[in-house]
Unconditional design. Structure first.
Length: 319
């Protein structure tokens, strides 16, 4: 069974063990165009999406022979056309919760950097500018989490237990254990943006919540708010966010990933002109800890072995 694994690959020892089981994994690029991916997959039985390419309906319709499409991570919705895969009875698997702690820790790092202006100060000192910036403490401040799943729960544990922040959250359903532990309750999206000093966006991305956050919510934010998005950027309306940032220089924004990925030397986007003091961006890397990758690889291999052994596929997408 031949497998294309884009953007990443397994360790050499793992590849050898898989080969002994008749699972041949070939490493592919992370930036295939739609046509390139369509053509490339014709020679493979299974496909693991570990890069930035999009597995569109066209790709799937021209590769109906595929026995499995896997996503290395949790946010498969942007990268794989699941309805089309289902139409052709191609199972789609992913690695649920495998990177939750990694993303949570990374989110907290971005929050701390944004609050304490660490990267900005570092860059200034290296430019021989010795400026001391007054920041604020997190203790006693209000943390607003949009999306209280596994990632949001870990973020709350770090910042509320560790830093003494107060918690409010918005999610698809209320979380009784969270309410009890942190003496809080689920509130509306508007209340999050009105009352929080730090806002972390961690909602699951789907076609129903694109641009769930618009100028309506952004205009409610406090003057010195820190807004961090380590989920899909499309959850926040791009034009509204940029317009807000241009008009409110005291707001700090951090995001992991971008609206169109990857960013290259040819990319021209007005967001990239925002000052370092106001805007932090990283290359969709929050998930990428050694520990998380080990767990994701284990789950990917489980799904491949299930296909090979004609068993019910574990970690399947339920849509």
């Amino acid at each position: 069974m031949k497998v294309l694994f884009t953007g990443c690959t397994f360790a050499e020892e793992t590849l050898k063990k898989l080969e002994e089981k008749n699972i041949i994994v070939v490493n592919g690029r992370m930036d295939y165009s739609e046509q390139e991916l369509t053509d490339k997959l014709k020679e493979f039985d299974c496909y693991i999406n570990g890069g930035d390419e999009i597995c569109t309906s066209k790709v799937i319709e021209n590769n109906k022979h595929l026995k499995l499409i896997s996503f290395m991570g949790t946010g498969y919705q942007k990268y794989i056309d699941v309805p089309t895969a289902k139409q052709y009875n191609i199972p789609v698997s992913y690695t649920p919760s495998a990177n939750a702690k990694a993303v949570a820790e990374y989110t907290v790092a971005l929050i701390l950097d944004s609050v304490k202006k660490i990267t900005f100060s570092n860059n200034q000192v290296k430019e021989k500018e010795w400026n001391k910036i007054k920041t604020f403490n997190l203790e006693g401040k209000t943390l607003g989490i949009v999306g209280m799943g596994a990632i949001g729960t870990h973020i709350a544990k770090i910042l509320c237990d560790g830093f003494g922040m107060n918690l409010i959250y918005n999610s698809q359903t209320s979380k009784e254990n969270i309410d009890k532990k942190y003496n809080t309750q689920m509130v509306s999206l508007d209340e999050i943006f009105k009352n929080a000093d730090v806002i972390s966006v961690n909602a699951t991305y789907n076609e129903n919540n694109i641009s769930m956050i618009t100028n309506k919510q952004l205009e409610l934010m406090k003057k010195h708010v820190v807004l961090v998005n380590t989920a899909r950027q499309e959850l926040i309306d791009k034009n509204d966010l940029y317009d807000y940032m241009k008009r409110n220089e005291n707001c700090s924004l951090a995001m992991d990933g971008f609206y169109k990925e990857p960013i290259t030397k040819e990319t021209e986007d007005e967001f990239l002109n925002l000052t370092d003091n106001q805007f932090l961006i990283t290359p969709h890397n929050a998930y990428n800890s050694k520990d998380a990758v080990i767990e994701m690889e284990r789950m990917l291999i489980e799904s491949l072995e299930d296909v090979l052994n004609k068993k019910d596929i574990r970690n399947i997408v339920q849509e």
